[in-house]
Design a protein around this ligand. Structure first.
Ligand SMILES: *Cc1c(COP(=O)(O)O)cnc(C)c1O
Length: 391
């Protein structure tokens, strides 16, 4: 008898608790409308915040990249997989973020794990916001540094922890925008806490990069935050940028150190160069087309005022992530189904992705939506509210 024979029971338990996850098979490119189960529905769950994942110019750049570089990179960056296309993208990302250097990773999960694990170890300390993304938490655990939580966005709690911790190398890690709540980290306070306690700050700007700041530079705007304020900046390319991959930006020494020590950088195949070519095109568009950010902000305001008018309680978020917390997983799932029946796709997010009792509808808005799309979403939300009983 293997100890693993209880796996079917564990699955059954997840089903009973309304926590069983099933993948939806999408039958179209990511856009404001997607095809699911033979129907077209309005999509309010992608992270394609600027509506670029399916942009013709980026598609063309990607195809040209395949013609120039082939498909697979064939090796890791340190062996012979680091091409001129990767190199050019790293230089463009450094310029975009106003930092001396940037280092490409295959995805954000790997970048976070690899970076934290390279920066701290057994004799060090890592402080993480309770609502940090799983990849940041995993990075802290894998590093074997002493792991400290602080209450969500609570710098007083953080500073108490910092004051009580032994002296030595300390890394404070936070999402820039929290992925399931849409609120932003208290960056100024984190930076001053870091200064007072001689700790380094690492910000994961997965949801802010491309969306906020001048030219889409993200939440860690170089006009406001220098390298000494936020030594480690990480962001992903699979969200607003519309392609794939991630990067860390910082000073020369940080990037050279990660090249030597980040295991998720060293022991993995480089991204396809065509992705780098497509991403370069996307960065150009993001700088040139300010209207995408302006339009997105207008949609966010329209959604929030409309939702408040029909009596929904919203989280304090001025980002494209606009969750509606409904409590129990079953209720979130029922509402998500109700919305889909009305032609609107919104995912139900349940524990363990979010704390128990805070299952929610995670609505994401993109520059690809129109004002009429927002109004349709609001109408559908008002209808499901009537049809799905409280609690
Ligand atoms: C999506 C996300 C990641 C992971 O990035 P991938 O490139 O999708 O692996 C990391 N951190 C945050 C905050 C994210 O939202």
């Amino acid at each position: 008898m293997s100890a693993f024979e209880d796996i079917p029971d564990r699955l059954a338990r997840l089903k009973r608790r309304g926590m069983y996850r099933q993948r939806r098979v999408v039958d179209s490119a990511v856009a404001r409308e997607v095809a699911i189960d033979g129907r077209h529905v309005l999509n309010f769950c992608s992270n394609d915040y600027l509506g670029l994942a399916n942009d013709q110019r980026i598609r063309d750049a990607f195809k040209a990249g395949v013609d120039r570089w082939g498909v697979g990179a064939g090796a890791s960056h340190l062996v012979c997989g680091h091409t001129a296309a990767h190199h050019e993208l790293e230089e463009a990302l450094a310029e975009f973020t106003g930092r001396p250097r940037a280092l490409l990773f295959s995805n954000g999960y790997a970048a976070n794990l690899g970076t934290i694990n390279a920066l701290v170890g057994t004799h060090d300390r890592v402080f993480e916001d309770r609502l940090n993304h799983a990849s940041l938490l995993d990075g802290g655990w894998v590093s074997r540094a002493a792991f400290h939580w602080y209450e969500h966005a609570n710098v007083v709690d953080l500073e108490q922890g910092l004051a009580a911790a032994a002296a030595g190398r300390t890394l404070i890690v936070s999402d820039g925008t929290f992925s399931m709540d849409g609120d932003r980290a208290p960056l100024d306070e984190l930076v001053s806490a870091g200064r007072r306690h001689d700790a380094w700050i690492m910000i994961d700007d997965a949801h802010g990069f491309g969306v906020h700041g001048s030219g889409g530079c993200g939440l860690v705007d170089p006009a406001r935050y220098g390298l000494a304020d936020v030594p480690v900046l990480m962001a992903t390319l699979g969200k607003a940028i519309g392609t794939f991959g991630a990067f860390v930006a910082g000073d020369e020494a940080l990037i050279e150190f990660l090249i030597q020590r980040a295991r998720n950088y060293i022991y993995t195949t480089a991204l396809p160069s065509s992705i780098a070519v497509a991403t370069l095109k996307s960065l150009e568009i993001i700088v040139d087309e300010e209207w995408r950010r302006t339009h997105l902000q207008a949609l966010i305001r329209r959604f929030r005022s409309g939702a408040e008018r029909i009596g929904w309680e919203l989280r304090p978020s001025d980002t494209p992530i606009q969750p509606i917390v409904v409590g129990e997983p079953d209720r979130a799932v029922a509402m998500s189904r109700g919305l889909e029946a009305r032609g609107v796709l919104v995912t139900a997010i349940r524990p363990p992705t979010v704390p128990v009792g805070t299952a929610r509808l995670r609505i994401t808005l993109t520059a690809g939506h129109s004002e009429a799309d927002i109004d349709r979403l609001l109408e559908a939300l008002a209808e499901v509210r009537e049809s799905v009983a409280e609690g």
